[in-house]
Design a protein around this ligand. Sequence first.
Ligand code: AMP
Ligand code: MG
Length: 419
Amino acid sequence: MSVEMRTPIPVKEAIESVIQVVKHKEPFTLSVEESLNYILAEDVQATYDIPRFNKSPYDGFAINSQDSQGATGDNRIAFKVVDHIGAGTPSNVKLKNGEAVRIMTGAPIPDGADAVVMFEQTVENEHGFTIRKSFEQGENISFKGEECREQDIVLDKGQQINSGVIAVLATFGYQHVKVFQKPTVAIIATGSELVGPKDPLEPGKIRNSNGPMIEALCRDINIETTTYEIQEDNLQGCIDIVKKAMMQHDIVITTGGVSVGDFDYLPKVYEAIDAEVLFNKVQMRPGSVTTVAYKDNHILFGLSGNPSACYSGFHLFTKPAIQKMMAAQEIYPVIIEAILNEDFKKANPFTRFIRAKISFSNDGVYAAPSGFNKSNAVVAIAKSNGMIILPSGTRGYAKGDKVKVLLTDHQSYERALNL
Ligand code: AMP
Ligand code: MG
């Protein structure tokens, strides 16, 4: 038997080849309550001015500013309170000289009033209150339309729906919204050695950690998945399950069986289902055997069975593809610079990705491996919040070198943004 020869391509080229074939899904309409985390497929217009009317931003008294001119600590000016309103009900009175309306936050400014005096700025008496300073016209008033005007585009197509977007849609009374569909994802762990969490560990068996890990990685970006049963290394079984998954899902993620071993059947599966293999060897470690294939708008990610390689492959290839399919604007991982906290003396012909603990401190961002970091490592994944990227080359790297790191969790994105 001869070993199949594969041509390794650079990581960047591999990522681009995936992104190039991925198209976003069609938009559809769904209720605002269900729309969290989808991507807006339409601009959203204000249906009226915000604020809708001049209103009080404080609890206090609405006055005519002219009546307050000349007020000082030694010359307090008195007002008579002629009405009392809370948010939700306008006052019927029109203010006359020296009159005020007791007004609560959110209530409309009464006719004849053009300023609001906060409670804290008054001394109350039997018929009203006195003040010790003059007020300007418009002081302490939230003006109609000061935030946005009717028909303004307040949200742009392409924005991810977050809690603020939900608030805006609610503000304008939208009950439905047009969003891009999310891709559906199937997960298949392959390997005759794999068993589930409750199964006994017979000799030679190991537990399937990649399946649950990929489910969690998808859930982290708000993508639901369907997990198929563990598939043993059997060609026909692999073909059948991948075919079935492909009929029902946009994306099929398999782990294992993608290398050149005697029982690695995924390359034969792609052949059997006539999928176009975009690449089957990448200049990276771990996960050089990562394979991506494509057929009729379905993408097949053949991730390595080694947990660390599987994890890196997901972040580098699968996640950007999923994000592009759901029409997200930011699809690539966040990459920042950090100072290496450990030596990596050996030169490597491939780019290395090392699960790492990225720490953010006042004197800089540091990166250190998060544990044992061979491709089959699993614990170091759990302790990582990023990956150190060591480009290929003829020399190694030393502690203190500046390197790029890819951030893998939300908290680190935010910390990096705040630097
Ligand atoms: P493979 O990619 O099938 O050659 O598998 C590479 C290594 O990863 C082997 O040691 C497998 O036993 C292990 N492996 C494969 N699939 C999984 C999985 N789902 N969870 C944990 N380890 C796995
Ligand atoms: Mg295997």
